[in-house]
Design a binder for this molecule. Structure first.
Ligand code: PLP
Length: 414
């Protein structure tokens, strides 16, 4: 394995490497909204990805929690091949075999009965907000408030952005939709104060992802359920990052005992193992707010994406115990590091959704990890975030821990 040193090599006849040409092309022709790492990926296999120069990286971010079965999983590749030859997309003018079948599976594992398929997280959240509005509109035109949590992340479209509890994302686009009340996470009294007859919806991530891996307490979830019932508001759980197997249960809200069931749940990231697919899963009451013609999507729920998701669900069923086992092992190995390195404040983990909260910035560590062959991510400046594929075993954890140990040992504060 060659180590990546932050520079792209293998000069071509023009004297500029292919990777550098790819990067330069983007600099010239793309909206400059992303701060990408200088790494041009070409292919992946299992838990590893390779760049255009053949360097190998252990992938512990998995396309931000999307590549749930890693890369080029044989069963996923097989169904994509088969389905691509049959039917990729048909629009929602017609039926195909896989939407109903996937919706049935989602009902079985979520406890909610009716699905609507979209293409991304934010689009699913947008539809859920329309459901909240439509439900509340039938009760009173004044019922337009949505309670959301500080530090949350719900997506980039204007509706989802409006309920995202991080001003840095909202600032440039105001005014956004009115009537949003932000409350501190896990502050039950604040939640109680924010809810009233005008509340149309309460939106919560069971585990904040972008915000730095912060789970809510079961009591907080139960209180949200109680308040939604009291005021006939819809309780919406954003499971886009923490759902579909990552916490070692099908969904984050199933970590609570007893389970706190929302009225509406949105999922996306890992749902179709890398193909774009988002979903709203709602109970009968919430689903009844949307009648024919009120909502739709051209691409949503394609035959290809739904078939892949069905295949994924079959595999995931058997993977949940190993997600819990390997997740616990990863957490305990990180806690060992936390005992040795004073700048690690806390390790927060639920299954394979893992954060290391530090008193020092993480950005440079992410670059160093990349140079040593490990892909990770940093959120909120000081939280290293790990969203590895569900197929990792203890061996991959050991490899990641070895690299992290080396990086931590080289910190100036040591
Ligand atoms: C990623 C994410 C979204 C947005 O999903 P996109 O597919 O990027 O639109 C919304 N909510 C949460 C919790 C997320 O992690």
């Amino acid at each position: 394995m060659r180590l990546y040193d932050g520079q792209m090599h293998s000069a071509t006849s023009t004297g500029v490497s292919e990777a550098q040409q790819i990067i330069d092309l983007e600099r010239e022709f793309l909206v400059q909204n992303y701060a990408r790492y200088a790494l041009v990926l070409e292919r992946g296999e299992g838990c590893y990805v390779y760049d255009v120069e053949g360097n190998r990286y252990l992938d512990f971010i998995a396309g931000i929690g999307v590549n749930a079965l890693g890369h080029a999983h044989p069963r996923i590749v097989k169904v994509i091949r088969e389905q691509a030859e049959l039917l990729i997309h048909s629009s929602n003018l017609y039926y195909h075999r896989y939407q109903g079948a996937l919706a049935k599976r989602l009902a079985e594992v979520s406890g909610l009965n009716r699905s609507f398929f979209a293409n991304s997280g934010t689009e699913a959240m947008e539809g859920a907000l329309k459901m909240v509005r439509a439900h509340a509109n039938k009760i009173s035109p004044e019922k337009i408030e949505v309670v959301s949590v500080d530090n949350s992340f719900h997506g980039r479209t204007l509706g989802a952005l409006s309920i995202t509890g991080q001003p840095k994302y909202r600032r440039d686009f105001e005014p956004l939709i009115p009537g949003i009340r932000f409350v501190p996470q896990n502050d039950i009294a604040a939640l109680e104060r924010a809810a009233n007859e005008r509340t149309a919806g309460i939106v919560i991530e069971w585990i904040q992802g972008e915000g730095g891996i912060f789970p809510i307490s079961s009591e907080y979830g139960r209180k949200a359920r109680e308040l939604a019932d009291r005021y006939d508001a819809l309780l919406v759980f954003d499971e886009i990052q923490c759902g579909v197997g990552r916490p070692g249960t099908w969904f984050g809200y199933q970590l609570a005992d007893p389970v706190v069931l929302p009225d509406v749940m949105v999922a996306a990231k890992p749902l179709a193992c890398g193909l774009p697919l988002g979903v709203i899963v709602a109970n009968e009451k919430a689903a009844a707010a949307i009648s024919t013609g009120m909502h739709g999507s051209t691409f949503g729920g394609s035959a290809l994406a739904c078939r892949v998701a069905l295949e994924f669900f079959d595999i995931l069923e058997g993977l949940l115990p190993s997600i819990r086992r390997v997740g616990d092992y990863f957490r305990s190995r990180l806690e060992e590091l936390a005992r040795r390195y004073g700048f690690i404040r806390e390790v927060r983990a639920r299954g394979l959704m893992v954060g290391v909260d530090m008193s020092v910035p993480g950005k440079q560590m992410v670059a160093e990890a990349q140079a040593r062959g490990l892909l990770i991510n940093c959120t909120h400046d000081t939280v290293l975030r790990f969203l590895p594929p569900y197929i990792i075993a203890e061996k991959e954890v050991d490899e990641a821990i070895y690299i992290l140990d080396g990086i931590f040992a080289a910190q100036p504060s040591q």
